[in-house]
Structure formats: C-alpha cells, structure tokens
Design a protein around this ligand. Structure first.
Ligand SMILES: NC(=O)c1ccc[n+]([C@@H]2O[C@H](COP(=O)([O-])OP(=O)(O)OC[C@H]3O[C@@H](n4cnc5c(N)ncnc54)[C@H](O)[C@@H]3O)[C@@H](O)[C@H]2O)c1
Length: 375
C-alpha cells in the first residue's frame, strides 16, 4: 500500500477530541471514519472536526461494526474505556486492521497476550498509548541519558498522587474499576517513560490499598451519583530494572496534596529531573557531579504541545516503511505486565518477576519536521 494511511477512530468520548484535532496534521495520516456505541457521539465528533471548506473531508460517522468492515481503514484507533479495549482491539485485528489503543493496552494480561499473538498471525501492527514519551520533554531526557550526561542510571523515582477524577470527568466510574485506579490510569505514563529512559523491568515489589470504598461524583452530568471502588487507589512499590537500576514508585488517587517530584533519574555522574510524563513538554533540569544548582536544559526536540496521536503517526510510518514502531504493543504489554505485578506482589507478599520484556523504543532524532516521522 502507498499514500496516506487511513485511520478510523472507535470511541468518541472526551479524549477523541485531541486525536481528531492532531491526527489530520500529520502528512501520512487521514482520518476517514469515527464510530461509537452511541452513534450520536460519532456524528457529533465527525461534524465538529470535518472541515470540507478547508479541504479536510468529514470523517464518516458510523457504528463500530461498520468501521471494522470498511476496507479503506488500515489503523483502528481505539479510544474506548479500558474494559472495552480488548474486545475492540481484537475485533479490529480480526478484521485485518492494525490497532492503536489508548492506555492501558487491555485490562488483563491474557487479553494483551491474545491481542499480540492474533495480530502477529494476521500480519498487522499493535500499538498502545501513551505517546507522551515521544514528546520534546522526555526525548530531550532520553538524549541526555544516551549521551552520558548523568552517567549510568542507577535509580529513579516516579510519583503521581492526586484525589481522583470524579470532580471533572463527565463519566468517571471507569477510573475505579479494574483497569482503572491510579496505577492503570496514570502508571502507563510513568512506567512507559521509565522503560524508554532506563530500559525494561526485571521484577517488582508492591503494596496497595483502596482507602475510600465509595466515591461521589461532583462533575456534571452525574453529580451526586456514587461510584463503588473496585480497584486499589494507592499503590506503592519498587522496580528492579534489568540493567540493575532501582525505581521507587507511588501512584495514588487518595492524596489531597504533596510536594513530590514527578520523575527523577539518578546516575553515576548526575541527576535528571524529568518533566510531567502526562505532557509532551519540558522543563528538563539537570545537576551534574557536585554542581550546587539545578540547570534547565533547552528542549531539543519538537512536539511539546499536547501531541496525542504522535504514536499513531509513528505507527503509520512503520506500516509504510516496515521500520519498528515506537509506541509498540510489546512496550504497552510490558507496562501492563508491570502494573499487574504491583498489585500481584501486594496480594501475594512477594517479588513478582516479569515474564515480558521489550526493546527500548528508538529515540526520535533531533530536527524532524513537525508533520513527519520518517526515521
Ligand atoms: N479523558 C482523558 O483525559 C484521557 C486522557 C488520556 C487517555 N485517556 C484514555 O482514553 C480512553 C477513553 O477515555 P475518555 O475519557 O475519552 O472516556 P469517555 O467515557 O469520555 O469516552 C469513551 C467512549 O467510548 C465509547 N465506547 C465504550 N465502549 C465502546 C465499545 N465497545 N465500542 C465503541 N465505543 C465504545 C463510549 O460510548 C464513549 O463515547 C481511556 O482508555 C482513558 O484511559 C483519557
């Protein structure tokens, strides 16, 4: 196949807005269809983002089955809620399409394994969010580490703590079901960044609890409704990376306030303060040897705005050229395996050795055009 890669979006809720805004800007991507269980949501998004006057064709709004059956669609971008990720991704793969899924890849490990193996049989690609690690902030960190600016990484911290999403998301129940919670919701940003910066994980020890058995929605339109909490909401633990580095992690929806950093990487020659991995931007700060102050390092790469969809564009280039994709299914599965390991370790009272591994995704070169990812 040649020419633009045609993309269909399944799941037209909150996050679909930024994908629909960003994807058409990439040279190699064309959004041709969007679908939702609720057809009116797909219709609304299609109308919002179609712009015939600007030369952009309005995507077809349809039901998911119609999108899977459309021979024009090459990549399905799966923006449904976590518990639907596996079914939607498998339906796409079974229809012979590559699929890029929002995080987490699936809820259960077995679903993720099934997805990867069926995609391999079908000869299609699987990719998974987040793609924030491809943003200018974390790619600048990656270059500093690869260039030896902090020596050999020996340790890292990763902290994400807040009081949950029921005060802003219009339909926040999924955040408190298996596949949600702070680890499965926010852990992917932090763990994907760590794997990209340090390398794959060997084993994990974790402790987990659910502090509040019930949450009350305060956002509209469901204000006042109760949510039963069915997954841990405070998860702490340690990571032993395969290269020997040791990570300390907290993810929490139970904390009102804190002064913790997001991610820091400690090396034999210095320390690196990594920006919020739920963004694409800086600041990147470093302290080398006995320097007495942190120094801000200029962000050397592009994509510092909210560039969700970058991983899909990278996948489109991988499809056309045959080069490996960066936000790959193997990476997303390794992160899923790690997230489960925190909870398994807490339940079973032992270290969990990870059965999965992955390659560190290739860094993005400095100076790429804003709309292409050829390398
Ligand atoms: N909201 C955010 O800020 C945010 C940020 C980053 C990532 N995400 C991720 O994006 C995904 C979606 O989150 P959201 O906030 O957009 O949720 P949402 O509830 O706003 O939207 C999900 C949409 O998927 C549809 N859907 C559910 N099951 C479906 C199925 N089987 N087939 C077709 N459509 C189906 C729903 O009708 C809904 O319109 C989640 O995986 C979430 O983790 C969300």
């Amino acid at each position: 196949m040649a020419g633009k890669v045609k993309v269909g979006i399944v799941g037209c809720g909150v996050i679909s807005g930024i994908y629909l805004k960003n994807l058409p800007a990439f040279d190699l991507v064309e959004v041709v269809a969007c679908a939702d269980l609720l057809l009116e949501r797909a219709q609304a998004r299609a109308a919002e983002f179609g712009d015939p006057s600007g030369g952009r064709v309005m995507p077809k709004a349809c039901r998911p089955e119609e999108l899977f059956a459309d021979p024009a669609v090459e990549i399905v971008v799966n923006l449904t809620i976590p518990r639907a990720h596996a079914d939607v991704a498998l339906a796409a793969v079974d229809a012979g399409k590559s699929v890029y899924t929002e995080k987490p890849l699936t809820v259960e490990r077995a679903q993720g394994q099934d997805l990867l193996s069926r995609a391999k049989d079908k000869g299609v690609l699987v990719g998974g969010a987040p793609d924030t690690f491809l943003g200018g902030g974390i790619q600048t960190c990656r270059k500093l580490i690869d260039d030896g600016a902090i020596g050999e990484p020996i340790a890292a911290t990763a902290f994400m703590a807040n009081h949950g999403h029921e005060h802003w998301h219009p339909d926040p129940a999924f955040y408190y079901q298996p596949g949600g919670g702070p680890m499965f919701d926010m852990g992917p940003y932090y763990l994907t960044a760590l794997v990209s910066l340090i390398g794959p994980i060997k084993r994990i020890a974790g402790s987990a609890r659910a502090t509040f058995p019930e949450r009350t929605i305060s956002s509209q339109p469901k204000a006042g409704e109760k949510i039963r909490v069915e997954t841990p909401t405070h998860v702490a633990g340690t990571i032993d990376f395969r290269n020997g580095a040791i990570g300390t992690v907290i993810t929490s929806f139970d904390v009102w306030a804190h002064t913790l950093p997001r991610i820091e990487i400690y090396g034999t020659e210095g320390s690196l303060a990594v920006p919020d991995p739920n963004t694409f931007r800086g600041p990147v700060r470093i302290r080398q040897g006995r320097e007495s102050e942190w120094r801000e390092v200029e962000v050397a790469h592009g994509w510092i705005e909210n560039s969700r969809g970058l991983g899909v564009a990278d996948m489109a280039h991988a499809l056309r050229s045959g080069r490996p994709m960066r936000a790959s299914g193997a990476l997303a599965y390794h992160v899923l395996d790690a997230m489960h390991a925190f909870l398994d370790s807490s339940r079973e009272g032992r270290y969990i050795e990870l059965e999965s591994t992955c390659e560190r995704p290739a860094p993005l070169p400095v100076g790429l055009s804003a709309t292409r990812l050829d390398d």
